[in-house]
Design a protein around this ligand. Structure first.
Ligand code: AMP
Ligand code: TRP
Length: 361
């Protein structure tokens, strides 16, 4: 609820980040990751992938299918490979061009795990104890969670800093992990500071862009749309058919009031706010523009427009995704080539880190 109250202000802040992101393009490098687990959904698309597609045009970009992260919770080995293919196909079908951006699966570049170990020896237990995503994912039975799940944000810091990435485009839920990556980078810089030597790592900035940085469940506007929600009706999957998209939006929870004129009036109406956010993001317009288009109308008028827009955006993606998945060897080739290119950046950085730490190399 706290989050809902501060929402409009957050949005204004995000727009500033978007303006700042246009500066100094040549010095920027983007890294982001997505887990090969479960179905990708509208939240992944609007909160992350759609922004990656826009950013890759002007900025050196690296996108990883983070399979090392996927094994921090129980998983089925036979599914991991097919999920890796599906997520790769989904991001390419959404518009990521593997000739422009580096696209690879994390476990193919061993330097991620090596750097993560060194960062384990920098990161403090107290910092990890604050991570809200660990608390959510571990649930009540925390003693039974894996050490990998606990150390997950350290691996994420290694992902980013291995490429000396300057910016990390993610959804709102990852902000705390990027703050931790900044703490690890500056702690490493301080631990190994030498006279006259400038900081080895610069501090990466989160890029939380667009109108839908936190897409909420269609069944409960106070809960994040998530791959792991038991109810499939809570999310729109990138692979949903037109009928599924239409039914899910028709059944999405709403309230009996007409749409208001201002964002402030939405602050106590989480489901309405969520649907307005989704519409705004899909149509690349501000929330104010969407509200001026629909204010005074009820959901029976608004929902069919949202259905049309969601189908228009997602249908070509799922069509292209299915086409790509018919040739899994080609997907493997793209990932292998991406890993070769990723390694060219990662190997020298890791070598320098080892020298700084004092290993004989
Ligand atoms: P994950 O599914 O956890 O691998 O997340 C991949 C990317 O999607 C990350 O950048 C997340 O922040 C983003 N993301 C996941 N769920 C949502 C959501 N409900 N709304 C917005 N972004 C999301
Ligand atoms: N933790 C991210 C998520 O669950 C995925 C991720 C792993 C990531 N490594 C990353 C995102 C590095 C950005 C940068 O969504």
């Amino acid at each position: 609820m706290n989050y809902m109250n501060s929402y409009p202000r957050n949005l204004r802040k995000q727009n500033n980040i978007m303006i700042n992101s246009k500066l100094n393009l040549s010095k920027k490098r983007i890294f982001s990751g997505i887990q090969p687990t479960g179905n990708l959904h509208l939240g992944n698309y609007l909160g992350a992938i759609k922004n990656w597609v826009n950013l890759q045009r002007d900025i050196s970009s690296i996108f990883s299918i983070v399979d090392l992260h996927a094994i921090t919770v129980p998983q089925e080995p036979s599914k991991l490979k097919s999920s890796t293919h599906e997520v790769t196909a989904a991001i390419i079908a959404s518009g990521i061009d593997p000739k422009k951006a580096i696209v690879f699966n994390q476990s193919s570049v061993k330097e991620h795990a090596e750097l993560a170990w060194m960062f384990n020896c920098v990161c403090r237990i107290g910092w990890l104890n604050r991570m809200t995503q660990f608390k959510e994912k571990a649930g009540k039975n925390r003693e039974n969670a894996t050490v990998g799940l606990y150390g997950y944000p350290v691996l994420m810091a290694a992902d980013i800093l291995l490429y000396k990435a300057t910016h990390v485009p993610v959804g709102d839920d990852q902000k705390q992990h990027i703050e931790l990556a900044r703490d690890i980078a500056s702690s490493f810089n301080n631990m190994f500071a030498r006279d006259g030597q400038k900081d080895f790592f610069s501090l990466p900035e989160p890029q939380i862009l667009g109108q839908a940085t936190r897409v909420m469940s269609l069944r409960d506007g106070t809960k994040k749309m998530s791959k792991s929600d038991a109810s499939d009706a809570s999310r729109i999957n990138l692979t949903d058919t037109k009928e599924e998209i239409s039914n899910k939006i028709k059944k999405a929870k709403t309230d009996p009031h007409p749409l208001p004129e201002t964002i402030e009036e939405l602050s106590t109406r989480p489901e309405a706010l969520n649907l307005i956010n989704i519409y705004s993001s899909l149509s690349n317009q501000s929330i104010d523009q969407t509200l001026s288009q629909f204010c005074g109308q009820g959901f029976s008028f608004f929902k069919p427009k949202l259905i049309d827009l969601a189908i228009e955006t997602l249908n070509p993606i799922s069509f292209e995704m299915r086409k790509l998945l018919n040739d899994r060897k080609e997907i493997d080739k793209i990932l292998r080539n991406g890993a070769d290119n990723a390694r060219k950046i990662a190997e020298p950085v890791l070598k320098q880190v080892k020298e700084i730490v004092g290993f004989v190399i």
